[in-house]
Design a protein around this ligand. Structure first.
Ligand code: SAM
Length: 247
């Protein structure tokens, strides 16, 4: 899977993703990361890539020409029209389902805005998806693109090894993950739950599932509404005094 990032700050992208699990996946060639500097494509003799907004107002706007030429350079390299994701607070909010779906693509291009944003005309010409990482405004699209690349990569085959499987993690089946513990057994008088020391796999699985259900119910009722519950789940939740409608 190949990630291309159109940015004014390529070093930020490379240094942010070249470590840990994504760095290992890049080294192994499972994913590739190409940060392309939009400034390299400006035809302005002072190397400018931004200008004042028409109609007035605060800040600067990134110009269409360098962004368009940068995109064309990538499109020529790929030799087909890729998915182009513009990072914008005005986009659809990124979530795990989108990460899983996007992991099926062969090439994804991210476009990172800076300053007040990018000239609308080039966005209309090249962008296929507008995506936000949350309801707040950041300085640039670089951190959002890195967030997406990290989350998507975890769902690309071979990126996680077995011990790091994405299957039991939060958001799988619309449930949050159960609590985790490691050695020592007692930390400042706080003991690890007894069941986890029992070696009884079925009981451990049930306990973990129950913890996931309770955590999701308490912390993310919106997610819990979409969780797929089986008979054992419903029985447990009712025992906890939680009202569940049989569907
Ligand atoms: N004027 C823009 C607006 O109000 O929608 C905000 C511009 S912001 C200062 C600069 C750039 O940061 C944006 O073009 C976008 O690429 C990126 N950005 C900021 N917040 C973001 C978010 N929540 N999700 C994705 N990208 C974001």
């Amino acid at each position: 899977m190949n990630f291309y990032v159109m940015t004014l700050f390529p070093d930020m992208i490379i240094s942010g993703l070249n470590t840990s699990i994504t760095g290992r996946a890049i080294d192994k060639g499972i994913i590739s990361l190409n940060a392309v500097n939009i400034r390299d494509f400006t035809i302005d003799r002072h190397n400018h890539v931004d200008d004042y907004p028409y109609g007035g107002g605060a800040g600067m706007v990134m110009q269409a020409q360098p962004v368009y030429d940068c995109y064309k350079y990538i499109e020529n390299k790929i030799k087909k029209k890729p998915r182009v994701i513009f990072m914008t607070p005005a986009g659809k909010t990124f979530n795990q389902e989108m990460a899983v779906n996007l992991a099926q693509e062969e090439n994804i291009v991210f476009l990172c805005g800076h300053y007040e944003g990018i000239d609308e005309r080039v966005l209309e010409m090249i962008v296929t998806d507008n995506v936000s990482i949350g309801d707040y405004v950041l300085t640039g699209g670089e951190l959002p693109a890195m967030v997406m690349i990290d989350a998507i990569s975890r769902n690309v085959k071979g990126v996680l090894n077995n011990e790091e499987s994405a299957v039991t993690e939060s958001f799988y089946q619309n449930l949050l993950e159960y609590p985790q513990y490691t050695r020592p057994e007692t930390f400042m008088d706080k003991k690890v739950p007894e069941v986890l020391l029992s070696g009884h796999h079925a009981n451990i699985e049930r306990w973990r599932r129950n913890q996931s259900l309770l955590k999701t119910y308490n912390v993310r009722p919106d997610l819990f509404e979409r969780a797929k519950l089986d008979k054992k789940d419903i029985k447990f939740l009712r025992e906890q005094g939680i009202k569940i409608n049989d569907k």
